[in-house]
Design a protein around this ligand. Structure first.
Ligand code: SAH
Length: 343
């Protein structure tokens, strides 16, 4: 079987090429073609001799993701992409254009097995993990298709990144490596539902990425109602793991909280949130829930959401409401892919 040449770090590709009987500088050239100039075929590697291109093709594949559909928001230029993988699976990615640069949201798995009650991505379960190169491919394709530099990457699309830990780590290293797109680790955010042992492992890597924890409930009971993963890892355990992430990396945690009308937007929720977040150096991001056809949740009225935020702010919490982007293009996470799966 041919090997996936995009899934090696720079150092790994060097040893791979040495074993292939090639000098070290070839690894640099090939790596730059793959991760800097984003080519999709060995024949595009102009400084690689033809016979070496042919030998590479015999042993390795470049497996790009391919665009199936693109939607562009008329409101703010946000673009949503549906990409096909080599085995027929599909994933969604989103490009958001901000003043400070272009931010890409990628998927880490085809489907998801976490089953959060309000989320569309988990409805069909997990199909499979994405390889590091399939995660990179989403960023690369978006940069190539738009011709615009990607400056921020968030792993907040479909899937639980810490449930695909090894590939995620490889992806992060290649994405932020100096011979590739060289995206600053501080401009990369990974969002997790709270897989505790993996949070500890990630902390030990001492990367400078931001870790976002999907909280959604400020007590163990409330969280369990919304997120089955809370049965495996209790709230206290999760918060301890987040504290360790902050201690090990010096990176302030972000907590995400999908605001759901009548479920987690009461006065009591404000008190509970304050109790757990006040002692911590962190940021809270409120996301008015996107309604999902198959799910029965609605967002609070915008003045109530604003009220919720103001009260938290008054009690000393560093909090924002996430600005909604691309409201006119298949709203919630995972819905573009779902539409295709049902067709
Ligand atoms: N599995 C990871 C990343 C995926 S989703 C995680 O759980 O963090 C990124 C964020 O969007 C998570 O906080 C997730 O809970 C939230 N989310 C999922 N569906 C949503 C919806 N319908 N409305 C609002 N936020 C949603």
């Amino acid at each position: 079987m041919k090997k996936d040449i995009c899934a090696y770090t720079y150092e790994q590709l060097e040893s791979e090429m040495q074993a292939f009987g090639e000098p070290k500088f070839r690894a640099r050239q090939i790596y730059e073609w793959l991760h800097g100039k984003l080519v999709e075929d060995f024949s595009e590697m102009r400084n690689i001799p033809k016979n070496l291109q042919d030998r590479l093709r015999e042993s390795y594949v470049i497996l790009p993701v391919t665009m199936i559909e693109r939607q562009e928001s008329r409101l703010d230029g946000t673009m949503k992409f549906l990409f096909g993988l080599h085995d027929g699976n599909m994933v969604e990615s989103v490009l958001m254009r901000y003043h400070h640069g272009n931010s890409v949201c990628i998927s880490s798995q085809a489907g998801c097995r976490m089953g959060c009650r309000f989320c569309a991505s988990g409805i069909g379960g997990l199909k499979r993990n994405l390889s590091a190169s399939e995660m990179l491919g989403q960023v690369y394709q978006i940069q190539k298709i738009t011709g615009e530099r990607v400056s921020n990457v968030v792993v907040m699309g479909t899937g639980e990144p810490l449930d695909n830990y090894r590939n995620l780590l490889l992806f992060l290293k290649i994405l932020s490596g100096e011979h590739g797109l060289n995206i600053s680790q501080r401009s990369i955010t990974v969002s997790t539902c709270g897989i505790v042992p993996k949070i500890y492992e990630l902390a030990k890597e001492h990367l400078q990425i931001t870790l976002a924890l999907s909280l959604h409930g400020a007590t163990q009971e409330k969280r369990r109602e919304l997120m089955p993963v809370a049965d495996a890892y209790g709230l206290e355990e999760v918060l301890n793991a987040c504290d360790s992430y902050f201690q090990e990396t010096g990176r302030r945690m972000t907590f995400e909280y999908s605001l759901i009308h009548g479920v987690n937007d009461t006065e009591k929720d404000i008190q509970d949130l304050t109790a757990i977040l006040k002692p911590r150096n962190c940021h809270l991001n409120l996301i008015p829930v996107n309604s999902v056809k198959e799910r029965n949740f609605t967002r609070p009225a915008s003045k109530n959401a604003q009220n919720f935020k103001n009260k938290l702010e008054k009690s000393g919490i560093n909090v924002t409401i996430r600005r909604e982007m691309g409201a006119d293009i298949d709203g919630a996470c995972g819905q573009l892919r779902r539409r295709y799966l049902q067709d």
